[in-house]
Write a protein that binds this ligand. Sequence first.
Ligand SMILES: Nc1ncnc2c1ncn2[C@@H]1O[C@H](COP(=O)(O)OP(=O)(O)OP(=O)(O)O)[C@@H](O)[C@H]1O
Ligand SMILES: [Mg+2]
Length: 156
Amino acid sequence: MLESTRYIPDESTMLRFGKKLAENILQVQANRAVILYFNGDLGAGKTTLTRGMVQGLGHQGKVKSPTYTLVEEYNVAGKMIYHFDLYRLADPEELEFMGIRDYFAKDCICLIEWPEKGEGLLPPADLSVNIDYYDDARNITLIAQTTLGEQILRQL
Ligand SMILES: Nc1ncnc2c1ncn2[C@@H]1O[C@H](COP(=O)(O)OP(=O)(O)OP(=O)(O)O)[C@@H](O)[C@H]1O
Ligand SMILES: [Mg+2]
């Protein structure tokens, strides 16, 4: 599978990278939910990357972590973006109660922090985004898991 690593020296580079990533996703004709898993320790930059993506597509307001609500949604550039943070998910059944399947049935972009907490109830990722950090620098490794993921990566 296609894989790509990027060095991200600072937060503004992360935000710019998010914008580019989101633009690429819009360019790919998906006609289904595009699923990204964000892996990385606390403070690695998963929410910051999400902010770069959502604001990069034109969202004017804040992008806050949906730690307690589990999901935040944005309607931007003619697309729904669902940002999940499953860190505080106690029981994967909570995802059933919130009707998680309905989200993934749409033509949308789903950005999922802490996907391992929802194992078994999430669709497989198109793209895994792994963030490693050391002080202010980050290394992002993107791994395409589907043909769609490969299409997104190829243009990045
Ligand atoms: N190169 C960088 N890229 C991204 N964030 C950076 C970078 N350098 C410093 N930061 C800072 O690191 C923090 C990243 O926090 P963020 O909330 O995005 O992490 P997270 O991975 O979502 O954590 P959590 O698992 O707690 O949700 C922010 O305070 C941000 O300002
Ligand atoms: Mg976060």
